[in-house]
Design a protein around this ligand. Structure first.
Ligand code: CO8
Length: 260
């Protein structure tokens, strides 16, 4: 993987890509060049057959303290609207087909909280702090924060968080079902990598299908979602890996995936 300025990347030999946001002096504020690098790394992971899942993390102090306020402050409406500010990168992160795990220690505020919620699985360190403080800056969340938060934790809590700008804790994120697991800070990243490696050990076709049906279903009614799931389930009987996975079970051996 290439060298970057604002992120660090490393690949485990079991198929996990680790992306560390690395702009410590600005608490990993998401400036445009950082976002471009993040998108570039995710794009490369999509086509790298040795990578099965990605972990995005920051530092113990900050996952990301939001969009870069200093970069944003003089933006005009026509700059923002005309150039699809945020849209062009947040859609890219969200449209990645391989699973992304966000491992959040420290602050995940504004765009940082939104980036964490764009991930497929959220793991938190016990000292993580989340929030949508945009209201304090005279704006509102702009990368899905108000919408994803309301769907994940309910309207009442999302409304209160976005209207007050108050932070919420890792424990709350876990208790409310936003985070899948909570860990001591020093174990967080290695646990996230372990999960990414477990995902990477399965057929990439089936993994992609799981991610697709859960995300599609999120936008559908239950009946439509179930129907969509069943169609994708049926289609997997056309794959090599379905035959291999089920034969391996019957023959009491480990499956050898071809990702096709
Ligand atoms: N943008 C730019 N610089 C930042 C940001 C930020 N979001 N957050 C922190 N920094 C900088 C500080 O300016 C400071 O720099 P310097 O040393 O040059 O003064 C350095 O990081 C360290 O910060 P602090 O001294 O403030 O550190 P503290 O430990 O005292 O406080 C906080 C930590 C509480 C996290 C505090 O820095 C803070 O409140 N930051 C701003 C949080 C915020 O409002 N975030 C929301 C930003 S708006 C947004 O995200 C819009 C979402 C639209 C989606 C787009 C996604 C890309």
């Amino acid at each position: 993987l290439r060298g970057y300025e604002f992120i660090k990347t490393s690949k485990s030999d079991k198929g996990a890509l680790l992306i560390e946001l690395n702009r410590p002096k600005a608490l990993n504020a998401l400036c445009t060049p950082l976002i471009i690098e993040l998108n570039q790394a995710l794009k490369e992971a999509e086509t790298d057959s040795s990578i099965g899942a990605t972990v995005i993390t920051g530092s113990e102090k900050a996952f990301a303290a939001g969009a870069d306020i200093k970069e944003m402050k003089d933006l005009s409406f026509s700059d923002a609207y005309g150039k699809d500010f945020i849209e062009n990168w947040s859609e890219q992160v969200y449209n990645v087909k391989k699973p992304i795990i966000a491992a959040v220690n420290g602050f995940a505020l504004g765009g940082g909280c939104e980036l964490a919620m764009m991930a497929d699985v959220l793991y938190v360190g016990e000292k993580a702090k989340f929030g949508q403080p945009e209201i304090k800056l005279g704006v509102i969340p702009g990368a899905g924060g108000s919408q994803r938060l309301a769907r994940a934790i309910g309207k009442a809590k999302a409304m209160e968080i976005c209207l007050t700008g108050d932070m919420f804790s890792a424990q709350q994120a876990y208790d409310w079902g936003l985070a899948a697991k909570i860990f001591p800070p020093e174990q967080l990243v290695s646990e996230a990598v372990k999960t990414a490696e477990k995902i990477a050990s399965y057929s990439k076709i089936a993994v992609k299908a799981v991610k697709e049906v859960i995300n599609e279903g999120y936008n559908l009614g239950l009946d439509q979602g179930i129907k969509y799931e069943r169609r994708v389930f049926h289609s997997l009987f056309g794959s090599h890996d379905q035959k291999e996975g089920m034969s391996a079970f019957a023959e009491k051996r480990e499956p050898k995936w071809k990702d096709e």
